[in-house]
Design a protein around this ligand. Structure first.
Ligand code: SER
Length: 319
């Protein structure tokens, strides 16, 4: 990994991954790919190259990949689960037609490709607790349908053409840098913004709904470690279960209230998000990722809550 294209570099994962890779590979070209309307700004723009890279435009991707002699693509363009339910055709176009564009270029130019999968690739028939690496995947959301297809297509290109595809199933990602948008797990980020600003939080997910979550530094490290892993150790490829914490709204609210006693939360459950959340597992088993490439998260629930509150207090001047 030296010259890298990040497709979706201004999104929740991309904005931080691009900066991390620029720090790790100062001699490489870490290209911040974007679409019009989501251009990089500030440090993301100033610290390295950027290029328009619409996943739906294969010629444009090829031009950028040639220009920067890209060897690795992080394909982070996606509609998250709640938005994908509203725009299923667009979700397919971005997540699957877009992926095909990348895989075809990767096949020709021997690129490595990382396209995240998700806890959303599972469905109600999947074992909810300690969800195994290899298990039933019959998602009921469009987001999930695209994620299972992503896993299958990525494995197919590896098996058939030897394309170096690798992936993880991300849980809900929590970060203080860039907000997610349109996901079922977004509440776990938004709750911190409300708490730190002293606002009441209106929770769209019902009490008792457990989902896997992860702090962004662990998610980024996982993606990078997997792409740097010795391929001879990988028995799986697309995609590895990874996990670090699981909670429901009551548990995260209690953790926040222990640090901000005035924090208030009430429920106004969103039926679309709730139906999606109810179909996802509560907690994944990540043994294969630990054994095959050394996955090891640093942040547990308390460490994440401490860090989120400290960082957002700095940002909003409410320390
Ligand atoms: N965070 C995503 C969502 O909620 C799941 O991968 O849509």
């Amino acid at each position: 990994m030296k010259n890298v294209l990040i497709i979706g570099s201004t999104g929740q994962i991309g904005s931080e991954l691009t900066m991390k890779l620029r720090g790790m590979f100062p001699d490489g070209q870490i290209v911040a790919g974007y679409i019009p309307g989501a251009e990089p700004k500030g440090i993301l723009l100033e610290s390295g190259p950027s290029a328009q890279a619409d996943v739906c435009d294969g010629n444009q991707l090829l031009d950028v990949i040639r220009k920067y002699d890209v060897d690795t693509v992080f394909n982070l363009a996606a509609l998250l689960s709640a938005v994908a339910e509203k725009k299923p055709q667009l979700a397919w176009k971005i997540q699957i037609d877009g992926l095909m564009n990348i895989l075809e270029i990767a096949r020709d130019r021997h690129l490595s490709v990382f396209t995240p999968s998700s806890i959303g690739s599972f469905g109600p028939e999947t074992p909810r607790l300690e969800t195994p690496q290899d298990t039933i995947q019959r998602p009921k959301s469009m987001y999930g349908v695209t994620k299972v297809t992503t896993e299958l297509l990525s494995d197919y290109y590896f098996l058939k053409y030897g394309v170096d595809t690798r992936s993880v199933r991300f849980p809900g990602l929590i970060s203080h840098v860039t907000l997610p948008g349109g996901g079922t797990t977004d509440y776990a980020v938004e709750i911190f913004y409300a708490a730190v600003k002293g606002e009441e939080f209106v929770c769209p997910i019902a009490a008792g709904t457990y989902m896997d979550m992860m702090y962004m530094p662990d998610a980024l490290q996982g993606a990078v470690d997997l792409m740097l892993a010795d391929p001879s150790r990988l028995k799986h490829r697309n995609a590895f279960n990874i996990a670090s914490m699981s909670f429901d709204p009551e548990r995260i609210a209690a953790k926040i209230r222990a640090r901000i006693p005035s924090f208030r939360m009430r429920y106004e459950v969103d039926p679309v998000r709730q139906a999606i959340a109810d179909s996802w597992p509560d907690r994944l088993d990540d043994t294969c990722a630990r054994e095959e490439w050394g996955w090891k998260p640093r942040f547990g629930l308390d460490e994440m809550v401490d860090d989120m509150i400290a960082e957002l207090r700095k940002r909003f001047g409410t320390a």
